[in-house]
Design a binder for this molecule. Structure first.
Ligand SMILES: *[C@@H]1O[C@H](CO)[C@@H](O)[C@H](O)[C@H]1NC(C)=O
Ligand SMILES: *[C@@H]1O[C@H](CO)[C@@H](O)[C@H](O)[C@H]1NC(C)=O
Length: 370
């Protein structure tokens, strides 16, 4: 009788002792996934170490990824295999080597406005890469892909704002105001012109129009630029819409030019803490899209024009057409022309996946997300 009691009691005791143990160790099942990502990341960075990019977006993504990865390595649980930790540290060092050997004077900017935005971002990269939102699951709801076709989606996106030109102008204005409010002694707050506010807040969005708004809102929130507006709620609302769209791009089987957008959506909204964007299925896709030479390719320009993000919306002059045609020819003969922005979005996505998969408290949940 007493023997039974002891067995029973020890069962309870061991259950209590074991339960939290399993709970916090669940992420261990993700270790093989992170190994795969680390191999992909290493090859991607190796390519750009040998073949430096001239695209500022690549260096912005690199800085943000560096911050996230350093945080992840510092916070690693003791049970993560040493070899994986070393891999991640080696990746961080490769990022440092790339940054160290970059000649920033040779970067190419698409416009004066964008040049200001990129340079201000570089100046503040240390701070911007240290903003980390905690990742949680269960706030996005079960969003279904859009019912309309990709062709209808492209038509609809054309009606959305802002264009890339307008987005660059607004972002520049935001950053100028933010920098001034920080450096001057006068208590001038960061303020946006009404057009810029409207661009960020109003209306629905799609495609790059929408992701560029989220980027602007993130900065506006960080620099305290829109007093009285609940910017976190706005990011939440937009990431729900984006989630629907990310699923749609997948349902449409990733039409040409949309991989960059797909990865940008994951990168941005997962970085904002939305764990629904962490799916092993999506991770496998991103890994499989890597070119044999290590970089990422996406025939993005025609898609940018089709969706109206880059003008003119009317048919491009014949010269441009010729250019596009040539790019396509090269792409099919050489297994894809490297695209720095696509590579930058892959880098950001992969690093946010590393962080999510190794975080202890909910890492096990990602496998069951559809
Ligand atoms: C990390 O880099 C060092 C020096 O290059 C190398 O000796 C080591 O094997 C690397 N570690 C892993 C796990 O690849
Ligand atoms: C970067 O460059 C500085 C000086 O130019 C050097 O001291 C440092 O060791 C370099 N870091 C890496 C990771 O190469």
């Amino acid at each position: 009788m007493c023997g039974k009691c002891i067995v029973f009691i020890s069962l309870i005791v061991s259950a209590i002792a074991i339960y939290p143990y399993f709970d916090t160790q669940d992420f261990i099942y993700n270790v093989p996934k992170v190994f795969r990502i680390s191999i992909t990341l290493d090859r991607l960075l190796e390519y750009y170490e040998k073949t430096p990019s001239k695209d500022p977006e690549w260096y912005i993504a690199l800085g943000i990824a560096r911050g996230q990865l350093e945080y992840t390595v510092n916070e690693l649980d003791k049970s993560v295999p040493l070899k994986l930790k070393e891999n991640l540290q080696n990746i961080t060092r490769r990022m440092d080597r790339i940054r160290n050997s970059t000649d920033y004077t040779t970067l190419v900017y698409r416009s004066k406005d964008y040049e200001y935005v990129a340079k201000a971002t570089f100046e503040n990269l240390e701070v911007l890469s240290s903003i980390l939102e905690p990742l949680t699951i269960g706030t996005m709801g079960t969003q279904k892909p859009y019912r309309f076709t990709f062709e209808q989606y492209v038509q609809e996106a054309k009606t959305k704002m802002p264009t890339r030109k307008a987005a660059d102008a607004c972002m520049m204005q935001l950053l100028i105001s933010a920098m001034e409010s920080q450096t001057t002694q006068s208590d001038g707050a960061c303020e946006l012109a009404p057009e810029c506010q409207a661009q960020i807040i109003q209306g629905s969005g799609l495609a790059f129009q929408q992701t560029s708004r989220v980027r602007a809102i993130m900065l506006a929130r960080f620099f305290d630029c829109m007093d009285g507006v609940d910017l976190s709620a706005l990011i939440y609302k937009l990431c729900i819409q984006i989630y629907k769209e990310t699923k749609s791009l997948e349902a449409w089987d990733h039409p040409a030019g949309t991989r960059t957008l797909f990865m940008q959506q994951i990168f941005i909204c997962a970085s904002q803490g939305y764990g629904e964007f962490i799916k092993p299925r999506w991770m496998n896709k991103v890994i499989s899209w890597q070119e044999p030479k290590g970089c990422y390719a996406d025939d993005r320009q025609p898609f940018l024009k089709l969706t109206g993000f880059v003008g003119p919306t009317a048919s491009p002059p014949p010269k441009d057409r010729e250019e596009e045609y040539r790019v396509k020819k090269a792409a099919s003969s050489d297994g894809g022309t490297c695209n720095s922005l696509t590579s930058a979005m892959a880098l950001g996505t992969l690093v946010v996946y590393v962080r999510a998969l190794l975080e202890t408290d909910q890492a096990f949940q990602y496998d069951v997300l559809v």
